[in-house]
Every structure is written in C-alpha cells, then in structure tokens.
Design a binder for this molecule. Structure first.
Ligand code: TYM
Length: 368
C-alpha cells in the first residue's frame, strides 16, 4: 500500500493509516456532537466514509464556546474532475450549510505544474477555472466561498508561505513527502503554499479561528508539517476530517484520473458512462446460474461502492440491495444498469449547473 498526496496504490488499509499517520478514528461521541449541531447525520458520516480526524474535538469545543471555524479544501487541476473528488466537496457543502461558515478553496495550478514533468502552466491554470465550475455547480454560496487560484493570487499567499517555509527543515519535508535528490526545487517548496489557506483568514479579517479541512487521507502529510509550526506563528493548528477513497471501476485502487476507463468524469457523456460502468469489476460469479445459486460479494464490488458513497441515499434500500446481492436475487447486469441511470441523471443536472456557473465564477474568486 502506498498513500501519498501524489500516489495511491494497492489495497488501502484505513486502520493502518490511522496508526501510521497518527490520526484519530471518528468516535461515536464525535458523531453525536456533529449530529446535534447539524440536526442530523450526513450520509458520509453515517456510513463512516469520513473515518478519521485530527482535532475535530478541539474545533467543536471552541465552536461550543462561540469561536467559529473556517473550512478549507482544494483541488490540483491535472485534468477534468472525477466523481471521487466530489466526495469531500459534497461533505464540505453540508458543513458550510449547517455551520454557516466560510470556505477557502485552493486551486493548485502551481502544484500540478511542478510535480508533473509533462505539465504546462497555461494548461493547469486553464484547468483550474474549468474545475472551479464543478465546485460551484454543487451549490456553494458565493458570499461564503473564496476560491484561490495559486498562480494568479500568489501575491496574497507569499508572505505566509515564507513564514511557513522558513520553519520547516528539509529533513522534516523529506520524511513527510519522500523527496529525493532528483526532486525539483519547486516541488520541495510547494507544501508551504498548500499550508497558507489554513491561516489566511486572520490576514483577511483579523479574526483568529481554526481551519477545518475535509479531504481524503492522501492529503494528510501536508497538515502534519503545517500543524507542527502553526502555534509558533500564532495560529490554531489546522484540524482535519479524512474521507476514504471512492474506488475506481476496476479491481481495487482509488478512482484516479490517470486511469480514465475506470473513472467517471463530471464531463462524461451518457454513452461513455454506460460503457465504463458496463466494464466495471463486480463481485459476481462466472455464470448467471452460479450467481443465482450461490449469490455474489458486494464487499469487493466496485458498483456497490458507488451506491454506498453517492448514489443510494436511502439506507434501507442500500441494505436491501446488499441482501439481494448476497442471496443471488439480483444480478450484476441489473446493478450496472441502475447505477448507469443514476449517474447519468446526476451528471445531466450537474453539467447544466456547471455551464451556468460560467456566469457566476467571478463572484467566487477571493478578493484582495
Ligand atoms: P486532488 O486534486 O488530488 O484531489 C482533490 C480532492 O479529492 C480527494 N480525492 C478523493 N476523494 C475520494 N475518492 C477519491 N478517489 C479521491 N481522489 C482524490 C483529495 O483528497 C482532495 O481532497 N494538493 C491537492 C489540492 C489541495 C487540497 C487542499 C486538497 C490544495 N489544498 C486542501 C484538500 C484540502 C490535490 O492535488 O488534490
């Protein structure tokens, strides 16, 4: 298993990541506190898709004493957005709605340029704007949502990035990120830039409040080094809430843009979705007769995971699908057909909202 911000490989063992990264598992007590404040438990919490955190308890303690928090998340624009990227964004929207709080969203066109030998800066910047449309299409409030485009907005970030970079040694960064002698200097400095939105709220408003970061666990190494220096710079340590990876449609592994046939992009047309889902790996048996007799295995089935993560909101219906699958009462072809319909319905609406977002995108750009 390899889980870094730039590579996720093998079968991800989430318990082991909690131990190795030194994060905390989501406890029932924390879930209850979130439920109380939000007036219900979001699907991604009920299903333990957010499974781990750092200092969520501290953020809630402060919140209960009247100190608010800001949300921070982001995207490295290396290509079109896939539906896995939207898992943490959907949850971020839920938190923004329930806690009425600001979101800083970082579009890291600079990161994608320095980490990929083939990348060209004009392309990653252009992709940043295209990817922002996907975020806006999810319904974020412009008054509370501040998108930072790194290359364009670097003057706003640079002073804090320098303060951060000065306090992190190369050996700390190397241990956290696995840098080699061959790693370019842009990449080595880059983590200081991802740290900045954890702290930028104070500079913009004078208000010192913690940042809470919903993201998949691959981003955690950034927060580890940022948390070490936060208090030295007069800020709260940034807090995190970590989600699992939506798998790809193949055998194991997370959904990844580098394997386009097993990823569903938000811009995919219906026939492409149909083809990709049709070729998905399932927990089915070799023949229909065998499956009807012995049943199938939803635990290893990629199609089932899509219902679990995004496309079956009703818990009872999800449990019933699982039961029918194990009992051999439903076949993989049925699930694939139903999933294709649900994804295509979601994407048809999303694509319309995404086009409309072209008219409002400027309202979300962070102001100086
Ligand atoms: P990026 O573009 O790799 O990923 C964007 C967000 O999606 C999460 N993610 C996934 N979640 C569920 N299932 C998947 N298959 C999946 N693949 C990716 C990532 O964890 C991330 O939350 N360096 C960052 C950009 C960034 C950022 C941030 C992300 C800057 N500041 C703060 C999160 C929080 C990047 O390249 O993300």
């Amino acid at each position: 298993m390899v889980v870094t911000p730039w590579e996720v490989r093998g079968k991800v063992d989430y318990e082991r990541l909690i131990r190795e990264f030194g994060t905390q598992p989501m406890s029932n007590e924390l879930l209850q506190r979130l439920e109380r404040h939000a007036g219900g438990l979001h699907l991604q919490l009920r299903r333990r898709l957010f499974f781990s955190h750092r200092d969520l308890d501290v953020v809630l303690d402060l919140y209960e004493k009247g100190i608010k928090f800001v949300l921070y998340t982001g995207r490295g624009p290396s290509g079109p957005v896939h539906i896995g990227h939207m898992v943490p964004w959907i949850f971020t929207k839920h938190l923004q709605d329930k806690f009425d709080t600001r979101l800083y969203f970082q579009m890291t066109d600079d990161e994608k340029f320095v980490v990929d030998d083939e990348a060209n800066l004009k392309d990653t910047t252009a992709l940043g704007y295209e990817n922002a449309l996907d975020l806006i299409a999810l319904g974020f409030e412009p008054k509370n949502t501040f998108i930072i485009y790194d290359v364009q907005d670097i003057d706003m970030l640079y002073d804090i990035a320098l303060e951060v970079a000065k306090r992190i040694t190369y050996s700390t960064a190397k241990a956290a990120f696995g840098f080699q002698d061959s790693t370019n200097l842009g990449w080595v400095f880059w983590p200081a830039i991802q740290a900045v939105p954890c702290f930028i709220h104070k500079k913009l408003t004078g208000e010192n409040v913690p940042a809470l970061i919903p993201a998949a666990i691959d981003q955690d190494p950034f927060w580890r080094i940022t948390r070490d220096i936060a208090q030295k710079l007069g800020y709260y340590k940034p807090a995190q809430i970590h989600n699992r990876f939506l798998p790809g449609l193949g055998v194991g592994g997370k959904m990844s843009a580098s394997e386009p046939e097993t990823a569903i992009f938000t811009t995919d047309p219906p026939e492409v979705v149909k083809r990709k889902v049709w070729h998905a790996f399932t927990g089915g048996k070799g023949t229909v007769a065998e499956q009807k007799k012995e049943g199938a295995n939803p635990d290893v089935c990629s199609v089932y995971q899509y219902f679990l993560y995004l496309f079956e909101e009703n818990d009872k219906k999800l449990t019933e699908r699982e039961r029918q699958c194990i009992a051999g009462e439903i076949l993989c072809g049925d699930c694939k057909k139903q999933l294709t319909e649900r994804i295509n319905k979601f994407l048809a609406e999303h694509q319309q909202k995404r086009e409309k977002a072209r008219d409002t995108i400027e309202k979300y750009h962070i102001k100086r």
